[in-house]
Ligand binder design. Structure first.
Ligand code: AMP
Length: 398
């Protein structure tokens, strides 16, 4: 991680524009139902406030599609953040113009102002130059700590950086990069990567890139059935992605070339339909016609856990089955438990795997739980993330 960080900046008395990911889940009454993302940004916010910055926070929330919409207002988040920080968090209903200017001019050192949802402005997702320039004119310094949007080039995380000499990252992005780049650069061996979930297409390039460093790849979830089908196994009515067949064949060939092992399920929890209400069975090897595989079976769990036990580095993305339904959650929760009790470096890569880890309350037992599903996968695919690329390098900065 060689990006400039907030620790390299002198923030006292400066107006600091901080982009965070407060894209929190809301319940049917539009109340925040989970404040994990707010807590994830807290070390950076507290550091800046303690350092005497005049803090101006930007975030998006939901998909308001470039128009103001009360249900996606960040106003309730200002209150929650104020309660957590035990200080008043001011709120500006406008990002630009006299209302925003006045709110910022009133800030004293150590004050905190949350601006309204950046996605109320269509220019945000278009990475509009003029809009970026106007955002930049609000502050003296810029810090990005929104890892969850780092794979998007938007005005508030990419365009805006062009108008600051020393755009820095916050502690959350620093931690995300340290762990995720660490997997690609210098993972302690044996390194085991566990990939599950539904879509082969979304993750096949991650598998391809991880094969270079990982010793074992464990594949579960719906995507395993495309791999099993390519091996000539019977998969019944399980989900399959025929269009990814060639990519899967290529992945097997690459694994063989590199001397790496791809571990697939050897047994399955099956049912006649995609439902929690129908009887289930466990089958080994082929799945009979008329049935679909909806979770990995007990032998597969044991196989996977024995690989995890020996590993010194473990990365996991994607559930092992339809873990949203009680009958098909054992595989996913067993992997989460196995990782939690391991002394290896354990990294959970966003999305449903994070939800599963939180469901069994094991997040604290992991070395790192990523806050960005899409961003972490793109990084592990070997792609450059525009929101990260735009930040200054340490050598040039401070
Ligand atoms: P992804 O977004 O690719 O990580 O996929 C997550 C989704 O995959 C979850 O909603 C799971 O219910 C689903 N899933 C996992 N295993 C299976 C399976 N065997 N059949 C169908 N869907 C699955």
């Amino acid at each position: 991680m060689n990006k400039l960080t907030i620790a390299d900046l002198d923030v006292r008395g400066k107006r600091v524009l901080l982009r965070v990911d407060f894209n929190v889940p809301l319940n049917e009454n539009h109340q925040v139902s989970d404040n994990t993302r707010i807590l994830a940004a807290l070390p950076t916010i507290q550091y800046l406030l303690n350092g005497g910055a005049r803090l101006i926070i930007l975030s998006h929330l939901g998909r308001p599609k470039g128009k103001p919409a009360e249900e996606f207002s960040l106003r309730p988040v200002a209150e929650i953040l104020g309660d957590i920080l035990k200080q008043q968090v001011f709120f500006s209903p406008a990002l630009l113009g006299p209302v925003a200017r006045t709110a910022i001019d009133c800030l004293k050192d150590g004050d905190c102002l949350l601006m309204e949802n950046v996605r109320f402005y269509p220019e945000e997702e278009k990475n509009d130059v003029q809009f970026s320039k106007e955002l930049a004119s609000l502050a003296d310094l810029y810090v990005n700590d929104a890892f969850g949007t780092a794979h998007r080039a938007h005005a508030s995380n990419e365009g805006v950086t062009r108008y600051f000499d020393n755009a820095a990252c916050g502690f959350l992005i620093e931690k995300e990069l340290t762990y995720l780049e660490g997997l690609l650069k210098s993972p302690e061996a044996p390194f085991c990567a566990i990939i599950g979930g539904a879509k082969v297409r979304d993750k096949i390039h991650v598998i391809g890139n991880l094969l270079i460093k990982a010793d074992d790849i464990l594949i579960g979830g719906g995507m395993a059935y495309t791999f099993l089908k390519v091996q000539g196994r019977g998969i019944g009515n399980s989900m399959v992605d025929i269009e990814s067949t060639d990519l899967v064949k290529h992945t097997f060939a690459e694994a063989a070339r590199l001397g790496k092992t791809i571990h697939l399920p050897v047994d399955h929890v099956i049912a006649e339909s995609f439902s929690n209400e129908v009887p289930t069975q466990i089958v080994e090897n082929d799945i009979p016609d008329g049935y679909m595989g909806l979770d990995i079976g007990p032998k597969t769990i044991a196989n996977f856990l024995s690989v995890i036990e020996k590993a010194k580095t473990v990365f996991w993305n994607g559930p092992m089955g339809v873990f949203e339904m009680d009958h098909f959650q054992q595989g996913t929760f067993s992997i989460a438990e196995g990782m939690a009790s391991s002394s290896a470096v354990t990294v959970v890569g966003g999305g449903d795997s994070v939800a599963a880890v939180n469901r069994i309350r094991k997040a604290d037992a992991m070395s790192h739980v990523s806050t960005g599903g899409g961003a972490s996968l793109e990084l592990l695919e070997g792609k450059k993330l525009p929101g990260i690329e735009a930040l200054a390098e340490k050598e040039n900065g401070a």
